[in-house]
Design a protein around this ligand. Structure first.
Ligand code: GLN
Length: 285
């Protein structure tokens, strides 16, 4: 690229370079360019396309070409209506996970939850999105990672939700972990690890995102086997739990929930994949 290449030229070339490694090459290039300029993507597209390329673009593009996710390069990811900080200590919030918020809103349409729990909160995405929808609610986000809790606390403060969000350390793989939680809860959210240990994952995921947030044993169900039984102690009598699942896990996780006396519904994401299971105590149980 010549020194006086415009942003429009550079975006075109970068999108071509990224087409081999990204499903969204043009978008990636635009987000990295906007980050290098220090402005939002919309303003860049409207006003800066003839400008010279900022020096910060090349190193950002090089990182992306080495499979680093855009969100870790820019340090930000939008989720629901929120703009969140992210780092490699947390899973990058996915649009698919917004299905859990839609499911919660539908499940609790008549009686908004007063107490919300997010298990494995990571960046705080699910907890903060839920708190933003329920202005009367308070919530607890639990995570085993102190680095993740730092990110979540920063996001709680930046979104103006810190006074309603308690972020606490806890590890459900250690016996007695529910004791520290101020339940019972009206709404329990969780996007636990659910990927099979030897699943094929894109290099930008396996090579960069926290394995503790992704992998859950040979069949990807290890964490559901802990969390679903624990719901009986955590949920209020008419409480609702909404768990993210992998696209092929509906039957297996539903079976676990039914065995623990929950009624189960499933909600699909925008791509039409099974994505969220909604669990309620069975009336007779
Ligand atoms: N949806 C993520 C992925 O497929 C997995 C997230 C998770 O394990 N909770 O990369």
């Amino acid at each position: 690229m010549t020194a006086d290449a415009t942003i429009a030229d550079a975006l075109r070339m970068a999108a071509a370079d990224l087409s081999g490694i990204s499903e969204t090459p043009r978008l990636d290039a635009e987000l990295l360019m906007a980050d290098a300029l220090g402005i939002d993507r919309g303003s860049m597209l409207l006003m800066r396309m003839r400008d010279v390329v900022p020096a910060g673009f090349a190193p950002r593009l090089a990182r992306r070409l080495a499979h680093e996710p855009v969100a870790y390069i820019t340090g930000r990811q939008d989720f629901w209506t929120l703009s969140l900080a992210v780092s490699p200590a947390v899973l990058i919030p996915r649009a698919d996970s917004e299905t859990l918020i839609e499911a919660a809103l539908a499940a609790r349409a008549d009686t908004p939850p007063a107490r919300i729990l997010d298990l494995g909160t990571g960046s705080g995405a699910l907890l903060l999105a839920a708190l933003s929808e329920y202005p009367q609610a308070t919530g607890t986000g639990m995570d085993a990672s102190l680095a993740a809790l730092d990110i979540a606390r920063g996001n709680a403060a930046a979104t103006g939700l810190a006074d309603r969000a308690a972020l606490i350390r806890g590890d459900w793989r250690v016996d007695g972990w529910t004791a520290a939680l101020p339940g019972p809860f009206d709404l329990v959210l969780a996007n636990p690890p659910y990927v099979e240990t030897d699943a094929e994952l894109a290099p930008q995921v396996r090579g960069h995102e926290p394995h503790s947030a992704l992998f859950a044993g040979d069949d990807g169900l290890d964490d559901y086997r802990i969390l679903i039984p624990a719901l009986r102690a955590l949920l209020a009598p008419d409480g609702v739990a909404v768990f993210e699942i992998g696209t092929s896990q509906r039957e297996a996780v539903s079976a676990l929930a039914v065995a623990h006396k929950f009624d189960v519904e499933c909600r699909r994401d925008l791509a039409g994949h099974d994505r969220a299971l909604i669990l309620r105590r069975r009336a007779s149980a």
